[in-house]
Design a binder for this molecule. Structure first.
Ligand SMILES: Nc1ncnc2c1ncn2[C@@H]1O[C@H](COP(=O)(O)OP(=O)(O)OP(=O)(O)O)[C@@H](O)[C@H]1O
Length: 229
């Protein structure tokens, strides 16, 4: 799968005149990218820039050459986002319908939707949840369903905002294996540092800048040292 390059050029994001990200220039080409850093450092904001959920106050973000401030709709089809709180993401009362929802929007037939939903649920080992009512699921089950809904759309990049917070050990390990298998690019914001061991690149965000950018072990070491002070 060919992965679209993501480019940030001199990006600043301010909320009510307070800068949250400052002058970030970055090119992302890797398949497995982690984002770590302290609470409030700007990780979620950085990740939301990548699918036009946040538009830079100044500077530009391009995904496969398309500017997020001008091509939001197209970019959102290619960059999926799994939110930290899955309840914000689950729309339909029944699990299978929720996963099929986005597929209808992109024009898949009923038969195609059915196949894609079954396939995705089986891949994630949650086929048994297909006919459940979404609001009766546990937090971890909801997180897996939210992931399935995004995976079913087959975007080339998937951004995960703290994906393992509600998962038990078995589901966390499953999730880690799923990420390793994904043909797509995964960009994962997490405080679960072990999740990033085999990643290609890890960014450390501190007070709105990229404080470190490199291999997982070095980035984690940098972040640990910073956290000790
Ligand atoms: N829509 C918004 N309006 C105002 N302030 C915001 C908004 N979104 C984020 N912020 C602020 O921007 C800063 C960075 O937030 P962000 O969610 O990006 O941090 P984070 O690194 O993901 O933190 P955490 O690890 O706690 O989830 C915080 O101070 C937050 O309060």
């Amino acid at each position: 799968m060919e992965l679209p390059e993501i480019q940030l050029e001199q990006v600043t994001v301010s909320f009510e005149d307070r800068p949250v990200l400052t002058d970030i220039t970055l090119t992302l080409n890797e398949r497995r990218i982690g984002i770590i850093g302290a609470n409030g450092a700007g990780k979620s904001t950085l990740s939301r820039l990548l699918n036009a959920l946040v538009i830079p106050t100044t500077g530009t973000v391009r995904v496969g050459g398309l500017d997020t401030s001008k091509n939001a709709k197209q970019i959102r089809r290619d960059v999926g986002f799994v939110f930290q709180n899955p309840a914000n993401q689950i729309i339909m009362p029944l699990v299978a319908d929720d996963i099929a929802f986005g597929l209808k929007n992109i024009g898949l037939s009923k038969a195609e939707r059915k196949v894609r939903v079954t396939q995705t649920l089986e891949e994630l080992n949650i086929a048994h949840l297909a006919d459940r009512e979404s609001h009766t699921l546990s937090g971890g089950e909801q997180q897996m369903v939210a992931l399935a809904a995004v995976m079913a759309m087959q975007p080339r990049t998937i951004v995960f905002d703290e994906p393992t917070t509600m998962l038990d050990l078995r589901n966390r390990l499953r999730f880690q294996r799923e990420i390793a298998k994904l043909p797509q690019r995964a960009i994962v914001i997490t405080h679960d540092l072990e999740l990033l061991e085999d990643f290609d690149r890890v960014l450390v965000v501190t007070d709105g800048i990229i404080d470190f950018d490199g291999q997982p072990a070095d980035a984690i070491d940098h972040y640990r040292q910073w956290s000790l002070v």
